[in-house]
Ligand binder design. Structure first.
Ligand code: NDP
Length: 247
């Protein structure tokens, strides 16, 4: 592989929820590729600051589900690091339960964080990226947004929404040199999935042709690719990274 393959030198990137799980692996990978990274966090300040120091970037607190906070996050990141050329919308939560028991709060929290949060940050970076005629946005969706999953109507709706949003924004910004793609992970071992019962994990394993659960680093490489010039003709794509689970 050429040493320049998927390099991101002189790029400024922001990763929402970038301090742990998949987000942390993405923050590390983008930094290793040469990007200067802003690690966004909501509650995990110490972890975010330690990671920012490790990767030579900065950590910024913001709850992306809040429109004003998300807009300020983008402004503050650009004031500190310069114009953003990469946005990775990774922040996400689950509030799993069957529909008959799902509260308004469980529905709204998931939609507000996963779907509205992505809208807020995309809106905040769009004008600048269009003006500069360059940029790459990568949104984390899920195989659940494609195939659905009992007990996750709220999460599946948010992740399916991300796919429609990604394709629409790709059409809107493509002629301005801005690419927008989604990555759909399968089952990745993180704090998000550690809470699932062993039977559920076994069932996923049985349905995964590569016969293992994913690691956050399995997602980071594909995200790096989509951010790089090697993906210059890729937009509106939903890149399944799931060991074959969702095919
Ligand atoms: P984790 O629970 O490990 O991490 C979630 C991250 O999101 C944390 O860094 C958290 O920050 C951040 N976050 C949550 N809410 C907000 C908010 N309102 N504003 C800013 N940041 C927020 O999750 P994963 O790493 O497993 O998941 C990352 C993404 O990948 C999610 O979008 C998830 O839906 C998706 N995904 C994960 C899969 C998996 O199997 N793990 C499968 C498919 C998709 P803090 O800690 O500071 O609160």
């Amino acid at each position: 592989m050429s040493e320049s393959f998927c390099r991101l030198d002189r790029r400024v990137a922001i990763v929402t929820g970038g301090a742990r799980g998949i987000g942390a692996a993405v923050s590390r990978e983008l930094a290793a590729a040469g990007a200067t990274v802003c690690v966004n966090y909501r509650s995990g300040r110490e972890t975010a600051e330690a990671l920012a120091e490790e990767v030579g970037g900065i950590a910024l607190q913001a709850d992306v589900s809040e429109p004003a906070a998300a807009a300020k996050l983008i402004t503050d990141a650009e004031e500190s690091l310069g114009p953003l050329s990469i946005l990775v919308n990774n922040a996400g939560i689950t509030r799993d339960t069957l529909i008959a028991r799902m509260s308004d709060e469980e529905w709204n929290e998931v939609i507000n964080t996963n779907l509205n949060g992505m809208f807020h940050t995309c809106r905040a970076v769009a004008r600048g990226m269009m003006k500069r005629r360059s940029g790459s946005i990568v949104n984390l969706t899920s195989v659940v947004g494609i195939h659905g999953n009992a007990g996750q109507t709220n999460y599946a709706a948010s992740k399916a929404g991300i796919i429609g949003f990604t394709k629409s924004l790709a059409r809107e910004l493509g002629s301005r040199g801005v690419r927008v793609n989604a990555v759909a992970p399968g089952y990745i071992s993180t704090e998000l999935t550690d809470v699932l019962p062993d039977e559920a994990k076994d069932a996923v394993l049985q349905s995964t042709p590569l016969a293992r659960l994913g690691d956050p680093s399995d997602i980071a490489g594909p995200v790096r690719f989509l951010c790089s010039d090697e993906a210059r003709f890729v937009t509106g794509d939903v890149f399944l990274v799931d060991g074959g689970l969702g095919m």
